[in-house]
Write a protein that binds this ligand. Structure first.
Ligand code: GDD
Ligand code: MG
Length: 363
């Protein structure tokens, strides 16, 4: 079976972390986000993955190469972004072989059983099946109304508050027959959710299949931190970097991941739920909990990072506090004694020398 993964786009809220890598390559313990999906696809009976790329395409090509996890990987490059539908049409020659194929949003972390989804698709008589999950707030997603037979009667992308047909939403994972390609216009940007699904629903050709278990759209810091917690729970000792130097008085609370060449100073406490990437330096007396630190960042003495994400090569100096869903962009500097809380976003390369205690984006 073949699968196309939509790996373009950069994710607006998490963009400050995208200076040197696209969102799909953000670290989750010792792997990139998209590794998780690729492994599941390989175990789910997929042999070939087409990666539809544009933003930072070369970083993806370099990272995955021509094959990984027993998957053949083909790259479909877009000159300009073609949305969620255009890339499917563009890659059609790689997808069609008489069998239905999978389409996936690349920013989803899930443990869905692809084989069962495909079986359901083959038995339902439609030409497209979308995996569905139940969420408390459907406004960030595509919401559906199902009729009694599992058919999607209505598909509404990003419904306004209070207008969603239900709490069942599009999980961003589909099985398509090749007929679906006839519904996607050629050579331009297309939104599958706005231009294709509503028509298929109208014609009774779109089915929904509710899935349970792990499912996250890594579009906001909170979801990224949650994905990190799930991956850490599944880590084994062998996944850890070898050459890290942890002072004998420092404490590592499980689950925590420490990458290669990580340094942790005296009396620091790391974890639980911390992912510290390669070449990160942590000083003395630091506290890092439920957070993700990108490669090459440094955390100065007596600083604390809780429920936060620190970008690549960012520098957190001494006696700094970063908390509450805040995000420090790549190469940013937070100077001595500064406190940052409450969902603050600091843009890349910015230097911050005054505390920020309210949700804000610092450009
Ligand atoms: N190749 C390519 N080209 N990929 C793209 C492009 C593009 O122009 N634009 C977006 N993508 C990729 C993104 O990288 C992501 O993996 C996927 O397409 C979906 O785009 P998002 O920007 O993350 O959309 P969303 O999260 O707001 O909504 C979508 O996902 C929800 C589930 O997480 C929709 O499909 C919703 O209906 C759905 O509920
Ligand atoms: Mg998304």
């Amino acid at each position: 079976m073949k699968a196309l993964v939509l790996a373009g786009g950069f994710g607006t809220r998490l963009r400050p972390l995208s200076c040197t890598r696209p969102k799909m390559l953000f670290p989750l313990a010792n792997q990139a986000m998209l590794d998780w999906t690729m492994k599941n696809l390989s175990e789910g009976g997929v042999d070939t993955v087409v990666l539809a790329v544009n933003y930072m395409a070369e970083a993806l090509v370099r990272y995955f190469g021509p094959t990984k996890f027993d998957l053949g990987i083909i790259y479909s490059r877009e000159g300009r972004p073609l949305g969620t539908g255009g890339p499917i049409k563009k890659a059609q020659e790689h997808l069609v072989d008489g069998e239905p194929f999978l389409i996936l949003n690349g920013d989803i972390i899930s443990d869905i059983d692809y084989r069962r989804l495909v079986e359901f698709h083959k038995s339902n008589g439609g030409i497209a099946t979308i995996a569905l999950v139940r969420v408390p707030d459907p406004t960030r997603y595509g919401a559906v109304e199902l009729d009694g037979d599992g058919r999607v009667a209505r598909f509404v992308e990003k419904p306004e508050f209070g207008t969603a047909p239900s709490n069942l939403i599009n999980a961003g994972i589909y099985v398509f027959d090749k007929e679906v390609l006839d519904y996607i216009p050629d050579g331009r940007k297309v939104s599958t959710e706005k231009e294709v699904f509503p028509i298929l629903a109208n014609q009774g050709k779109l089915y929904g299949y509710e899935v349970h278990g792990l499912w996250l759209d890594v579009g906001v810091p909170e979801a990224y931190l949650e994905a990190n917690r799930h991956i850490l729970e599944r880590l084994t000792r062998e996944d850890m970097g070898e050459d890290r130097v942890v002072h004998e008085t420092a404490k590592i609370l499980e689950p925590t991941y420490l990458g290669a060449s990580v340094n942790v100073g005296a009396h620091s406490v790391i974890g639980p739920n911390a992912s510290i990437s390669d070449h990160v330096h942590v000083g003395e007396g630091c506290r890092i909990e439920n957070s993700i630190i990108f490669p090459g960042a440094s955390i100065g003495d007596y600083s604390s990072v809780r429920n936060a994400i620190i970008g690549e090569n960012a520098s957190i100096e001494k006696w700094v506090k970063v908390e509450s869903g805040s995000l420090i962009g790549d190469y940013a500097t937070i100077t001595d004694g500064v406190t940052i809380t409450e969902g603050v976003t600091i843009c890349p390369s910015k230097t911050v020398s005054e505390s920020i205690l309210q949700p804000r984006q610092v450009m």
